[in-house]
Design a protein around this ligand. Structure first.
Ligand code: NCD
Length: 310
């Protein structure tokens, strides 16, 4: 693995390695001193051209827990604001001996473009509507800690599939791990092209009773046009996991959301803290999974030595 732009960059071996390594890093995160010298001397650039709380903080923490230095660039405070191209920004970072970059960008293909320069390993932290592979990996890892295997499990992904990079990376990975994927959305929030393995439903109530995992997506207000969605209260009526709907679910269903949640639109606030919700776990596991990804990108093959012991 030279870059992580898309789930399709990962071999089965890579996925297995990431999960195995994340398990070891998770143990580090439970220690009193949550730090190992695995990437000492390395520097990660965080290039976030779109807002982010979880992904950015998670990568920054993951790097620091590995003793990797970080530098942050954002749209408002970098020369990108003055019109500098992504390529020139990347070459500037390369001159400063950056070892790796995580990029979040509103344009589909931005991460691929950066990776294709081959200046340093690139991780896609979300590019427009296209992909968000580290979110998919941390989601699958979080579930596998509970279920051991995803073979034959029914995963329903509910909401704004049209604009969701989380859905695109997620469905691919759930499918590769053996799960059955159902996409649940109003027709206007489904993309024209859908993979042949995905089943489609227009009603949450139709799928909620026999789903093993209910994965809710945020309504991407910033990418939504008025033709896509008539009204948020109609959406809530048909697609939100309300307190009322909780009683129709499997006893051991797993409820997930990548965050940030539009409270009362995708989930009732009480649902976030229901004992079947994995939302806080997803955030916790995200750091361990990203530690594993950074280590694999920057380890032996890439020049550094992997050293997890404290
Ligand atoms: C997602 C994102 O930004 O793609 N959030 C995240 O990374 N945890 C989902 C979203 O914003 O809806």
């Amino acid at each position: 693995m030279k870059h992580l732009v898309s789930i399709s960059d990962l071999s089965e071996k890579d996925i297995k390695k990431i999960f195995e390594m994340a398990k070891r890093f998770e143990e580090v995160l439970e220690r009193r001193v949550k730090k190992v010298p695995a990437l000492i001397g390395k520097t990660l650039a965080l290039l976030f051209v779109e807002p982010s709380t979880r992904t950015r903080t998670s990568f920054e923490l993951a790097a620091r827990r590995l003793s990797c230095d970080t530098v942050s660039l954002s749209l408002s405070t970098s020369s990108l604001k003055k019109g500098e191209t992504l390529e020139d920004t990347a070459r500037t970072l390369k001159s400063m001996k950056i070892d790796c970059a995580v990029i979040r960008h509103p344009l589909e293909g931005a991460a691929l473009r950066l990776a294709s320069l081959n200046l340093f390993p690139v991780v896609n932290g979300g590019d427009g509507k296209r992909e968000h592979p580290t979110q998919a990996l941390l989601d699958a890892y979080t579930v596998l800690k509970k279920l051991k295997s995803l073979k034959g499990k029914k995963v329903s992904i509910i909401g704004d599939i049209l604009h969701s990079r989380v859905a695109r990376s997620g469905m691919e990975l759930w499918h590769r791990l053996g799960a059955r994927v159902t996409l649940v959305a109003p027709p206007t929030l489904l993309p024209g092209y859908l993979p042949e393995y995905a089943e489609i439903s227009y009603s949450l109530d139709e799928v909620s009773g026999d789903s093993d995992i209910l994965y809710f997506l945020r309504i991407q207000k910033e990418r939504l046009s008025s033709e896509c969605l008539a009204g948020l209260s109609d959406y809530r009526d048909l697609y939100a996991l309300t307190v009322n709907r909780l009683k129709n679910l499997k006893k051991d269903v797993l409820i997930m959301h990548p965050g940030p949640v539009n409270r009362g639109i995708e989930l009732d606030p009480e649902v976030i803290y229901d004992e079947r919700s994995l939302i806080e776990k997803q955030v916790f596991e995200g750091v361990a999974v990203r530690m594993a990804i950074l280590t694999l990108l920057l380890s032996k093959e890439g020049g550094a030595t992997l050293e997890i012991s404290s």
